[in-house]
Write a protein that binds this ligand. Structure first.
Ligand code: NAD
Length: 361
């Protein structure tokens, strides 16, 4: 089991160190190798995703990723900015399926801005297509308009497009995930989110997801417009089970869903390719405002390591152990600053990592 460890920038190094410590406390043999990525790689090699890091990532079974970025890089040319490293890894590794579970832990119900009864017991999964849609569609650019409302004026344009195979493969991922969740007690339902009432691309999306759904008679399928989905996520989030959607809608909805639980420092994510190789990272960014202070919450990264064990390394039992250990430390009342409330015990990044290791034992 070869793991590429890419801590990145800001709090990335602090939180990944805790996840590595937790992995090392399991009675499993891993080969772990670290590489520079993002701003750290730019400083050392002049590029956010150097060849050596890309090679390391390609040769690994899984990638444990921290976060990249810092405001000081905002003036760099776009291809040299830290965030390009993630786009490059997605592209070179064909990571097309992004899994973002939004789970509300019993002890953290009060951390959400929503009423506790709306989110207590929340356990939904957002699956976002990651390599297509308007983010990557060509042509794109700037030009002088030849038509539209202001012919002769400067304009910018992007292209929204999806091919049949791209939609089919993400739909299969969603139905299979719903099937696995159903076996573990969930409802067994996929909600496909689109904008079929306005966009040709998403009428096509809806038609193909419906076709693929016929192969999964045990899983219910419904369709929802993206504007309604954004509303329902805050109105009655527990009504969802698995949500599948395109790259842009998924970008927005997955962030909305992650904030439902009120604690971005708790939420892991996985980006998978067709060979079960995956990149596992917390849902949040590099948090430059708190970097180096030993106060960041490492649990999203530790839970990402659990997802890595389950999804890419076929070690479901070890993944369960980590998730149980995280629940145990929350039950002990240990909290990093972001999830602290009166009556609980405030701990540092390092202490939280140590507590999870202790709970594993
Ligand atoms: P952010 O997620 O880094 O931070 C948002 C807020 O949440 C901040 O107040 C931060 O302190 C807090 N926060 C985030 N993670 C936390 C944790 N584990 N524990 C405690 N508090 C935490 O988003 P941002 O501030 O918009 O972006 C900062 C940088 O991160 C930017 O350069 C951005 O481009 C980058 N970014 C990277 C990724 C990634 O690497 N995948 C994702 C999003 C943003």
């Amino acid at each position: 089991m070869k793991i590429a460890v890419l801590p990145g920038d800001g709090i990335g190094t602090e939180i990944v160190a805790q996840a590595v410590k937790v992995l090392q406390a399991l009675d499993l043999k891993f080969e772990m190798e670290s590489g520079l990525v993002g701003g750290a790689a730019y400083e050392a090699h002049g590029h956010p995703l150097p060849e050596s890091t890309l090679k390391l990532a390609k040769e690994a079974d899984a990638i444990l990723f921290g976060a990249v970025g810092d405001w000081k890089y905002d003036t760099l040319d776009r291809p040299l900015r830290p965030e390009q490293a993630i786009l490059g890894l997605r592209k070179h590794l064909g990571l097309f399926a992004n899994f973002r579970p939004a789970i509300c832990y019993e002890q953290l119900v009060g951390a959400s801005s929503l009423n506790p009864e709306l989110i207590a017991g929340l356990d939904i999964l957002i699956i976002r297509e990651l390599t297509g849609d308007i983010y990557f569609g060509q042509p794109r650019g700037r030009r002088i308009a030849v038509d539209g409302h202001f012919p002769g004026a400067e304009e910018a344009f992007d292209t929204m497009r999806y091919s049949r195979p791209e939609i089919e493969r993400i739909a299969h991922v969603a139905f299979q995930a719903a099937r696995k969740r159903k076996a573990a007690g969930s409802e067994g339902r996929v909600t496909s989110v689109d904008k079929a009432n306005v966009l040709e691309t998403f009428q096509f999306w809806k038609d193909i997801v419906t076709e693929v759904g016929l192969q999964y008679p045990d899983i219910a399928l419904d369709h929802m417009y993206v504007d309604n989905a954004a509303m329902q996520l805050v109105r009655a989030p527990k009504k969802f089970d698995v949500v599948v959607t395109g790259n842009m809608f998924g970008d927005i909805l997955s962030d909305e869903a992650s904030m439902l639980t009120g604690s971005i420092g708790m939420l892991p994510s996985a980006s998978m390719n067709a060979n079960n190789q995956g990149l596992f990272e917390p849902s949040h960014g590099s948090a430059p405002d708190i970097a180096g202070k030993n106060i960041a919450n490492p649990l999203a990264t530790i839970l990402s390591a659990a997802m890595m064990l389950r999804f890419s390394l076929d070690q479901a039992k070890a993944a369960d152990r980590i998730e149980t250990a995280v629940k145990a430390v929350l039950a002990q009342g240990l909290r990093t600053t972001d999830i602290f409330s009166t009556g609980t015990t405030r701990v540092s990044t390092l202490e939280m990592g140590n507590a999870v290791v202790q709970a594993l034992k």
